[in-house]
Each structure stands twice: as structure tokens, then as C-alpha cells.
Design a binder for this molecule. Structure first.
Ligand code: ADP
Length: 512
């Protein structure tokens, strides 16, 4: 709550709290690189830098029919993917809801539900008749089981393409008796309990899926990144740069391996991040205080909640409320009551059809707007924002003033801008680590000066948040310069989790 002397000072403070300087971004990238190195050198670090045992990247010629199961975000998805070998694929999918009870209950119940969902999918959606001998399924050479790739988007310490121990839950999951166990075994046991002829042959993280599927459809890709419910990234590393694999068969073979960074955990234990009181409140009240520190600044699950804490402080400001005339609603008072999609909606409403909406000047936020001082072009924008706010937060539209609308949009844009700039830090770190770029001010030579630098991305935030990618690119220009930024090709890995899991399953089947 603000006890303020001047309303303008409150808004100035908010702006300062949420802004990041170029120097700050550069320092943060250095810290990020440091955590990359530490994570690659040994095990049990927050930034886990997990070797995925994926040593090849698709080139678009892969073929076969595979099942894919994707657990890790808001929905559980089951899909059937047909890789056609010409950079294209067919995909049929069905989403299943994972209830809060399943997320927090016994692991066996959760994995039984996953198996049941695959079973339901096979009866209702699959296009291949799996009951007859499977001529079209490459997996049938090894067994009569249908090969399935599992996308499991939580930290897992992988020991092979088809085995990995769950390290911790994130993103609101907390199922019991899962951490420490092999996730492939948990799933396979559930299939076996139900006598299903399905074999989980590959385990892949959604970031790795984004990388692989983008490589398949675009012909080349160096990294994958997720900006959805959570955030994380994967990239191709030289095995020689992964000291913690020393002595393993993989190290003896050499070459490259995809690393799942788990960058959402950056800064768990230190204090580089630009924490505001609203971030602290969010963290303290979360189910994993001090964990996934970076993710809490960036991802869809949390941005709305940061905005909510900020708005509430303005509603409660003393001596006079600075928002909604001091009124609130159930949504505004409820944890996670503001979905990040409201932020997108206010930004979209503000931009409308204008290429440069920031050319519109609003009166200072510190006092109520009178309609006469607003430009006629701005009024419909603010009206659309008012409508979005009343719809999302349950206000009557007349209880949302023009100024309230402007404040909500402004705070959303501060929080989203900070998220996109920080996302750029993560991507820049990958570019620097892989020697495709150097941090501004440094002069080490870089390789492949004309290479296209493919980055496959997925997630609602990068897909739907207006200008998220532009701001991320602004951050890249600050950190690695415009020449490199221009060569970075950020492409949506549509259905990346499903296709990535299928690609991984195809590699697994080929190797057995
Ligand atoms: P997941 O990461 O679970 O696979 P998504 O990529 O769809 O799924 O991300 C869901 C997250 O994105 C939720 O946290 C939600 O709040 C947020 N979200 C949904 N729609 C939008 C939108 N239009 N703009 C920004 N964020 C959104």
C-alpha cells in the first residue's frame, strides 16, 4: 500500500521500479553466462543445464507415425503425429484437463490419468488402426508396441533418451512420490497396469521439442525457447563444453548434444534480478518461494499476478485511492485472479490499427482525466480497454474510468516490457555461449558471420502478446548488437511439443 504525498511520485516510483537499464541487462547476461558454465560443469545446480542425450538435429527427412504425450503446462495433450519426410507433418490432437487435485495428489493417480487419456485418444481420435499389425509404424520392428514420445516439461535429470529422474515440480504441480523417480518408468508402469500396447521410447522437454520441430520444418535451428505458462530454453552445445559428462559414453563419442537449460531457475539463490515489492509478494505467496526466480518475472503464469499486486496497491493507496475509486472485485482480490491474457488484451486495444500508438499522449496519470482533454483517437482505445477490464475483472463498465483504463494498460506494459527484455537476456546468453555472438563491449571473434540463427519458440506469451518479440529483439540489440540480432530468426514451433516428441521417438526407434 502506498502512503503518498504526491500521486505523481507514486507513478514515477513504479516506472523506476519496473525499468531496466542497458547496463543492468549487460550485467545480468554476464551472471547468466556464469550460471550456464556452473551448470555445465557439475550436477545439482539451480540452472540444471540438463544433457538431453539428443545428439542429432532433424533435417526434415524423418518419417513415421508416432504418439506423443505432452504434460507440462495448462493442458495435457495427446497427439498422433505423422512425419512425412518433406518438412511437413500431420497432427491430430486432443487436450485433456489436469485438475488441481491430480496436480497435487499421488503420482500414480496422475500417471494413471495420463495412461487413461492416451487410451481414450486411441479409441476416439487416432487415425491409424493400431489393432492390426502395424506396417506403418517403425516401432513394430522392435516390438508390437506403439512408440510414444513423452514431452515432460519439468526439470528432469536425464540419463538416456528414454529415462530421467524428476528433480522438482514447477508451474503449480506438486504430485507426491514423483520427485526422485524415473518419469518414463512412472508412465510405462501406468500403461502396463492397464495392459496397453504403448511403449514410451523417448523423453523430451518442450524446449527441446521446439528446437527439434523447428529444425524439422525450417531446416536448421540452434535453440528452442518457451514463453508460455513457464519459461525455459534449450540449445545445441559441444559435448566438449559439458565437463559434467566427462567419462561417459556420450563424452567419448564427442560431437554435439542438446542441453535443456532450465533457465527459469536463473537467480534462485542470488539477487541479481530487479525485484519490486510486488515480485516479493508474489514469490512469498507462491507454492515454491525462492525457486524459479527468473520464471516468475517472465512467464504467463505470473505476469498477471504481478500486475494484480500492483493494481491492488493503487486501489488501497492512502490518503486517496489511485485506482477504481478504491473499489475492487473478487477477481482483483483473488490470487492469480488476473490472467496474463488481460494484459495482452489491453495492449492490443491500445495499439488497435495504429502503427505507432505511443505517439498518443495521455494526460498525467496522477489525476482524473476529463474527457475534453483526450484526443478523439484515444477515446475508442480507452473504451476498448475499459471493456476488457470490466469483462476480465468483473467491474461494471461505468466503474472503470478512462484514467483507470490508462493505468491498467500502463502497468501491464511495464511488467510485460520487463519480461520481454529479460527474455532477451536468456536468448542472448545462448548466442554468446554458442559463440554466435559476443556481449557488447567484448571483442572475441565469433563464428559463422552470415549464418541464419534459428530459434524455435512456443507459448502464448510470445505468440499473442503484442510486441513481445519486438521488445525481446530490442534487448538482443542492446546485448549482442544489431548485426547478430538481424540474423536471429525467431519462428513459432507450432505444435512443437508433439512434433518434437515424435521426432525424438523416431530417433529412439532408429537407434534400437
Ligand atoms: P503452456 O505453456 O501451458 O503449454 P500456453 O503457451 O498456452 O500453454 O501458455 C498459457 C499461459 O499463457 C497462461 O499462463 C496464460 O495466462 C497465458 N496466456 C494465455 N493467453 C494469453 C494471451 N493472449 N497473451 C498472453 N498470455 C496469455
Amino acid at each position: 500500500t502506498f502512503q503518498y504525498e504526491s500521486a505523481q511520485a507514486v507513478f514515477d516510483l513504479l516506472e523506476r521500479q519496473f525499468s531496466l537499464t542497458d547496463d543492468f541487462l549487460i550485467e545480468l547476461t554476464k551472471a547468466f553466462l556464469e550460471e550456464f558454465k556452473v551448470g555445465l560443469s557439475s550436477y545439482n545446480h539451480a540452472m540444471a543445464m540438463i544433457p538431453t542425450f539428443v545428439t542429432g538435429v532433424p533435417d526434415g527427412t524423418e518419417t513415421g507415425t508416432f504418439l506423443a504425450l505432452d504434460l507440462g503446462g495448462t493442458n495435457l495433450r495427446v497427439c498422433e503425429v505423422v512425419l512425412k519426410g518433406d518438412k511437413t507433418f500431420n497432427l491430430v490432437q486432443q487436450k485433456y484437463k489436469v485438475t488441481e487435485k491430480l496436480k497435487a495428489g499421488e503420482a500414480t493417480a496422475l500417471f494413471d490419468y495420463l495412461a487413461d487419456s492416451v487410451d481414450a485418444f486411441l479409441t476416439t481420435h487416432a487415425t491409424t488402426d493400431y489393432t492390426s499389425p502395424q506396417d506403418s509404424t517403425p516401432g513394430d520392428a522392435a516390438s508390437s508396441h506403439i512408440p510414444l514420445g513423452m514431452t515432460f516439461s519439468f526439470p528432469v535429470e536425464q540419463t538416456a533418451l528414454d529415462s530421467g529422474k524428476i528433480l522438482t515440480w514447477t508451474k503449480g504441480f506438486s504430485a507426491k512420490n514423483a520427485v526422485g523417480n524415473d518419469v518414463v518408468k512412472l508412465l510405462q508402469d501406468a500403461f502396463d497396469r492397464k495392459h496397453m500396447r504403448v511403449k514410451c521410447v523417448a523423453l523430451v522437454n518442450d524446449t527441446v521439442g521446439a528446437l527439434l520441430s523447428r529444425a524439422y520444418t525450417a531446416g536448421g535451428c540452434i535453440a528452442g525457447a518457451i514463453f508460455g505458462t513457464g519459461t525455459n530454453g534449450a540449445y545445441i552445445e559441444q559435448i566438449a563444453n559439458i565437463p559434467k559428462l566427462a567419462g561417459s559414453a556420450a563424452a567419448a563419442k564427442g560431437g554435439q548434444m542438446v542441453i535443456n537449460t532450465e533457465w527459469g531457475a536463473f537467480n534462485n539463490s542470488r539477487s541479481h534480478l530487479p525485484t519490486t515489492p510486488y515480485d516479493s509478494a508474489l514469490d512469498r505467496l507462491s507454492i515454491n518461494p525462492k525457486f524459479q526466480a527468473f520464471e516468475k518475472f517472465i512467464s504467463g503464469m505470473y505476469l498477471g499476478e504481478i500486475v494484480r499486486h500492483t493494481l491492488v496497491s493503487l486501489v488501497d493507496a492512502v490518503p486517496k485511492p489511485l485506482l477504481f475509486s478504491g473499489k475492487s472485485t473478487t477477481a482483483l482480490n483473488t490470487h492469480y485472479g488476473i490472467d496474463t491474457s488481460l494484459m495482452s488484451a489491453t495492449e492490443q486495444a491500445w495499439i488497435g490499427d495504429d502503427p505507432s500508438p505511443n505517439a498518443f499522449v495521455l494526460p498525467p496519470l496522477s489525476s482524473e482525466f476529463s474527457e475534453s482533454e483526450l484526443s478523439p483517437k484515444v477515446i475508442p482505445k480507452l473504451n476498448r480497454i475499459r471493456a476488457a477490464i470490466s469483462q476480465h475483472l468483473g467491474f461494471k463498465e461505468e466503474d472503470v474510468s478512462f484514467r483507470d483504463a490508462a493505468i491498467v494498460r500502463w502497468i501491464s506494459s511495464l511488467v510485460a516490457r520487463r519480461a520481454a527484455l529479460l527474455s532477451g537476456v536468456a536468448v542472448a546468453t545462448v548466442l554468446i555461449q554458442t559463440e554466435h555472438a559476443v556481449l557488447k563491449g567484448e571483442s572475441t571473434p565469433i563464428k559463422g558471420l552470415n549464418d541464419r540463427l534459428g530459434v524455435g519458440v512456443d507459448g502464448s506469451l510470445i505468440e499473442h502478446y503484442p510486441n513481445f518479440q519486438n521488445i525481446l529483439r530490442e534487448s538482443l540489440r542492446t546485448l549482442v548488437g544489431e548485426d547478430v540480432e538481424q540474423r536471429v530468426e525467431i519462428g513459432l514451433a507450432k505444435d512443437g511439443s508433439g512434433v518434437g516428441a515424435a521426432l525424438c521417438a523416431s530417433m529412439a526407434v532408429k537407434h534400437t
